[in-house]
Design a protein around this ligand. Structure first.
Ligand SMILES: Cc1cc2nc3c(=O)[nH]c(=O)nc-3n(C[C@H](O)[C@H](O)[C@H](O)COP(=O)(O)OP(=O)(O)OC[C@H]3O[C@@H](n4cnc5c(N)ncnc54)[C@H](O)[C@@H]3O)c2cc1C
Length: 320
């Protein structure tokens, strides 16, 4: 990859760049190898131009929001990471809120308090960007992105278009955006009218519950495995795996579904631990599990480790 040429192109588009970054710096798990180039568009039109350019020139790239649902390998990534962190506009129109893909979901929730809009309180509890929450159909307390998305503006095959919520094919922690070359540009949410006090109380209650049950200060990426029909955290706990450790990777004692990077863990230890949990779930309970995290920059051999004890394939996002 001709990094200097891409840097020049990005600068000509007014896009900031960094050639000295790692996935460990950009993800909440704090693991993952070096990256040839990270770019930071700050306007939607820059995101469109940059990703069109990268695709046209067959340069491998990943889009990264808050990096809170990603496990990147320890390998060097000879490609471009497009960080959405500088794309954070949020606009209100009655019950509708349109946010840029990099806007923190917590900011959307916080602004909804003042407007007395209800339905998006759970967004306050996710360390997510608006793009990431829609791609992953993330949620908690019985709600998920699917319940509040009105439409999503995307770049797909070079064309900017708007998809209705139905067209997003939302499923459990899944959407159309995980399986094809979509760049989520903006999301329009639809909320219901309430009062600032009620919305605020609901958020405080949800945050309190999260703090009681999840290791919020630790380096994690949320629940690492899922099975739509079986609560895996309970089984992982029953199997005695809380606190189980490989290298610097450890199953949280507070929430058995979470894996923690204690300090400077290798990505390898995180994925070995996840695959060990999968094996225990299978051998003790004959329960299959899928990796909930988005796997970036893994090779096929590593991918195979995850597919042994699951019904479908693990999702190793290929570079877009
Ligand atoms: C402490 C903690 C608690 C959590 N609790 C929950 C929970 O309760 N419920 C839950 O569902 N999840 C939870 N998560 C996981 C995570 O926060 C969510 O999955 C979140 O939606 C990920 O958003 P993100 O911006 O971090 O996305 P990232 O991790 O940056 O990206 C996730 C995927 O989306 C893609 N992507 C991101 N932005 C775009 C874009 N603009 N266009 C195209 N693709 C894009 C990335 O390439 C990647 O494949 C938790 C994580 C942590 C660390």
């Amino acid at each position: 990859m001709n990094t200097q040429k891409i840097v020049s192109k990005m600068h000509s588009l007014g896009i900031a760049t960094n050639t000295n970054c790692t996935f460990a710096n950009l993800t909440t798990l704090g693991v993952g190898g070096t990256i040839a180039l990270v770019v930071y568009p700050s306007q939607t039109k820059q995101l469109v131009s940059a990703t069109r350019y990268l695709r046209r020139n067959k340069i491998p790239f990943y889009i990264l929001g808050k990096g809170s649902n990603v496990l990147a390998s320890d390998n060097h990534f000879d490609g471009v990471v497009v960080s959405t962190k500088n794309l954070n506009g949020i606009a209100f129109d009655g019950n509708f809120v349109t946010a840029d893909c990099g806007a923190p979901t917590a900011k959307v929730a916080q602004l909804c308090v003042a407007k007395g809009l209800t339905g998006g309180e759970f967004l306050a509890c996710l360390p997510a960007s608006v793009g990431g929450v829609v791609v992953c159909n993330a949620g908690c307390f019985g709600q998920c992105a699917k319940d509040i998305v009105h439409s999503v503006k995307v770049l797909h095959n070079g064309v900017v278009k708007t998809l209705s919520a139905k067209q997003c094919n939302f499923a459990h922690r899944n959407s159309i955006f995980k399986h094809s070359n979509y760049v989520v540009l903006q999301v329009t949410f639809c909320f219901a009218k309430s009062t600032p006090t009620q919305v605020s109380h609901k958020i405080q209650w949800m945050k309190g519950q999260k703090a009681k049950t999840q290791p919020l200060g630790a380096k994690t990426a949320g629940c690492v495995l899922y099975n739509e029909n079986v609560p895996l955290s309970k089984l992982i706990d029953e199997a005695g795996l809380k606190g189980y450790q490989i290298g610097q990777a450890k199953v949280s004692k507070k929430h058995a579904g979470f894996v923690i990077n204690i300090d400077k863990s290798a990505s390898k230890d995180i994925y070995l631990l996840i695959s060990y949990i999968q094996r225990v779930l299978w051998e003790r309970y004959q329960v299959t599990s899928q990796v909930e995290l988005n796997l970036l920059n893994f090779d096929e051999a590593t991918n195979d480790i995850f597919s042994i004890h699951q019904t479908g394939n693990s999702q190793n996002s290929s570079p877009s």
